[in-house]
Design a protein around this ligand. Structure first.
Ligand code: X90
Length: 276
């Protein structure tokens, strides 16, 4: 029996060892160019292009066909999508599931709405892998995944929210605060949307605020992914600060890929962590 994990590319992860894994690509477009969020994307180039570009830009989620292609010929598929409250990715995956299951009786697709993105999806995907490798049956895996999502959370810290505001994903007044001298907007993914909670000036205050929020949410040193958009310095500062609280904390610093780099923008941090 073939089992496969499929995520949309907002997972910031194009490959995964030890299990069959693939991504369904989101696409970023300007009036001049199209950037497909897959392993061929030069994220540095895209971010530089976008900084110089003055026109309109937007994103599109993978369509039903792309999800079905990604399922391949697997008997059981476990999907992770960006929050259904900000993207059509989840709905497309659900339609793909219906078609796939109808065309191939006996095959099953489970679609997990992350109500989040990037690094929090990485946690969900790591759990999928763990449960698959443990050899558990489909229903048990689905149940455990739904439980697991209650024990993960997200924080973001953004220096720029133009692309989020221009694409209607965040309140324009909140977005206008960024872009002012050194101001960062910090928040979480409550309700599966961007929920801004703090605005701070400078990296030191940003780090302190993130630590405060992450501890308040219940982080105790377990698994965390800090995905940054060309801001390893801030990611390291956050990791250092958290290691002072939890010397053995399991913290991984990685990069945002296409979709998350477009919306988090240069300097942005997205943090996914376990709270239990
Ligand atoms: O379908 C599409 O075109 C994709 C739209 C995605 C819109 C929002 C992406 C946000 C990515 C920003 C910081 C993390 C916030 C997480 C809130 C759930 C990154």
């Amino acid at each position: 029996m073939k089992r496969k994990i499929v995520a949309d590319s907002s997972s910031n992860m194009y490959t995964l060892d030890g299990v069959d894994y693939t991504t369904a690509a989101l696409v970023i477009t300007t009036d001049e160019k199209e950037y497909k969020d897959d392993a061929n994307l030069d994220v540095r180039q895209m971010v530089d292009d976008l900084r110089a570009y003055k026109g309109r830009s937007r994103t599109a989620c993978p369509g039903v066909g792309e999800w079905i292609d990604a399922f391949g010929d697997a008997d059981e598929v476990f999907c992770s999508t960006i929050t259904s409250n900000l993207s059509g990715s989840y709905n497309a995956a659900m339609t793909a599931k219906e078609q796939y299951e109808e065309e191939h009786p006996g095959r099953k697709v489970f679609v997990l709405d992350s109500y989040s993105t990037g690094p929090e999806m990485k946690l969900h995907i790591a759990k999928m892998k763990e449960l698959i490798l443990a050899g558990l049956d489909y229903e048990t895996i689905c149940g455990k995944l739904k439980e697991y999502t209650k024990t993960t959370a997200l924080q973001f810290c953004l220096e720029n929210m133009h692309n989020l505001a221009n694409n209607g994903r965040v309140n324009a007044a909140v977005a206008a605060i960024t872009g002012m001298l050194g101001i960062r907007v910090i928040g979480d993914a409550t309700g599966g949307v961007l929920n801004p909670t703090d605005k701070v000036r400078g990296e030191k205050k940003a780090t302190a605020c993130l630590v405060k929020n992450i501890l308040a949410a219940g982080y105790k040193g377990s698994k965390m992914f800090i995905d940054h958009c060309f801001n390893e310095k801030a990611a390291l500062a956050l990791k250092e600060a958290l290691l002072k609280e939890f010397p053995k904390a399991d913290i991984h610093i990685e990069a945002t890929y296409g979709l998350c780099s477009f919306y988090a923008e240069e300097g942005g941090l997205i943090i996914g962590y376990e709270i239990a």
